[in-house]
Design a protein around this ligand. Sequence first.
Ligand code: AHG
Ligand code: MN
Ligand code: MN
Length: 338
Amino acid sequence: MIPNSETSVVTIDRFIIEQEAMFPEATGELSGILYDLAVAAKMISSKVRRAGLIDILGAAGSDNVQGEHQQKLDVIANVIITKAMDHGGRLCAMASEEEEGVIPIPPQFRCGKYVLLFDPLDGSSNIDVNVPVGTIFSVLRRVTPDGGPGTVQDMLQAGAQQVAAGYVIYGSSTMLVYTTGHGAHGFTLDPSIGEFLLSHQDIRTPNIGKYLSVNDSYERYWSEPVRALMRRYRGLDMQREPMNVRYVGSLVADFHRNLLGGGIFVYPANKQAPSGKLRLLYECNPLAFICEQAGGAATDGRQRLLEIVPGELHQRSPLYIGSRNDVEIATRMLEADR
Ligand code: AHG
Ligand code: MN
Ligand code: MN
């Protein structure tokens, strides 16, 4: 990569340091968490990039893609994040979509003041067909006293309490987008030098979107207000121009396209899944934080998503997230559902 005179090259590490310097009260601990997550993201990216080769290498008798070739990539991603994050002294506990309960910090390491929640590989059923997948993370400050191990209580906080959140998309390039509440910023991995470089500073999502992402094979299980809302987005009730339907089936990929291009991702409750499918703590909250920071909005159809106080770790929530105007339409039209 040879920069020209108009570009400045800013690595994610430098950006994090510069952001931290703007807040004299910052202790650097949150920055440390973000560095470590960027390293984990590079490791997962390199595994994802080899996904199609793992069987070939295994079949050739090399059972050593570190002995992992039979492991599913979401398990590998889960281990990578856990191992990258457990010893920095900044976290007191973790929780993952892939694990039942709280992941403790091993006793030999110091417990810090933050907890990390993550979806190690989102959209993992798409891996076999070479469609983009992602990682999603959320950081909360603990509510139990400093010092000892963190508990589930530290995790069960409303999304508005998040101190940082982000996602990584393993697409045609690998990108990391994060927020600490001061805008949403995107970095693209330059694989030739192994660095995330600032490529999308202060992302702003359009107020009115052009994309609609929804799996409408559930239509027969939707409530009537949800059906009416979808007819509105498609322009069938003549109230607006139809949106373009785009559904990858990897939340991160659908969300990322809509964030940059404008649009709404919808995963409603339905009769078979009364709370929808997506997980509040690992998927909905972190993306809602980023979306709001980019000028967008997110709701579960009843209230601002970030205000929901969770009752359990793996709680699901309906999700309407994206361009502000399109989310407002959902809020209005779903009033009849309440
Ligand atoms: P995960 O792979 O982490 O379990 O998440 C899959 C999710 C999400 O990425 C996607 O938006 C949604 O499942 C798709 O669900 P449907 O197949 O029901 O549309
Ligand atoms: Mn997921
Ligand atoms: Mn997952």
